[in-house]
Design a protein. Structure first.
Length: 265
């Protein structure tokens, strides 16, 4: 294992220990992120009743939203909101002097946060599953496809938010774009409604734009809403948008650091 990886793991461990000292605060944040999916789960489950809506039964809607809650907690990158503060406050100077890339600092907080949040969210979700009786139609394909779909979703959501946050090198209110991203994720990524239940225009936008592949796609994979052709197209879209996002991150970082140092950062 090279020095960067060893240093990165040590940074993650130190950050996790720090976060655990304030876990009550982060548990409250995690609970707040659960509220919207739970509300829409009950809305759509009630609309389905004893029949179906958009081809989904009540139990299938419950299964989808409980999965979505976990996927959202794992993929949501709250640390992207701090990147702009580091740039504007001058703390990026200190990080640029360290042997590790500043990206490691953000990733350390990101991964440590996931562990803290999931210690709260996972048992709550399991309890809701026991109470609400979701209908999962698990297959070998859905189980095997879920983990890479989840990994690509997290990478896409994290790096997409990170390159947007890097706009703080040029604009003081760059964080507003992160709020726009969250709004689009809510609308197009399967939170307000599963993709199957969206109006045609919004469904087309969800399929084309990257936001569905950050949250809704992994949930659709695990709950068996996609056939093999749709799985293939979904993974191709995830990887395509991930490639675009990595390129955007690299361009924004290189130009941003040059801009930052040129003005005395």
């Amino acid at each position: 294992m090279n020095t960067n990886h060893q240093g990165g793991l040590a940074l993650i461990r130190a950050t996790w220990l720090s976060w655990m000292q304030h876990r009550s605060f982060f548990f409250i944040l995690a609970f707040g992120w659960m509220i919207q999916p739970l509300i829409f789960m009950f809305v759509w489950a009630t609309a389905a009743g004893d029949s179906t809506i958009g081809g989904l039964t009540r139990g299938e809607i419950v299964a989808y939203y409980l999965t979505l809650i976990l996927v959202n907690q794992i993929t949501y990158s709250q640390t992207n909101w701090t990147v702009g503060d580091l740039i504007r406050g001058g703390d990026m100077n200190r990080l640029l002097l360290l042997p590790l890339s500043p990206l490691y600092n953000t990733l350390a907080s990101e991964l440590a946060g996931k562990v803290v949040y999931l210690t709260f969210v996972l048992p709550i979700t399991v309890g809701l599953a026991l109470l609400l009786k979701p209908e999962f139609h698990l297959t070998a394909v859905s189980l095997l496809a879920f983990l890479p779909a989840l990994l690509f979703a997290w990478l896409l959501r994290f790096l997409w938010g990170y390159w947007l946050a890097l706009l703080a090198f040029w604009a003081a209110r760059a964080d507003a774009l992160l709020a726009v991203q969250d709004a689009l994720v809510f609308l197009l990524a399967g939170q307000a409604a599963p993709t199957l239940l969206l109006p045609p225009a919004l469904r087309l936008a969800a399929v084309i734009l990257p936001f569905r592949y950050m949250v809704g796609f992994p949930a659709e994979v695990l709950t068996g809403q996609l056939n093999s052709a749709q799985l293939t197209v979904g993974f191709a879209a995830q990887l395509g948008w991930l490639a675009v996002t990595i390129l955007l991150y690299q361009v924004m970082w290189r130009r941003g650091v040059r801009q930052y140092t040129a003005v005395g950062g």
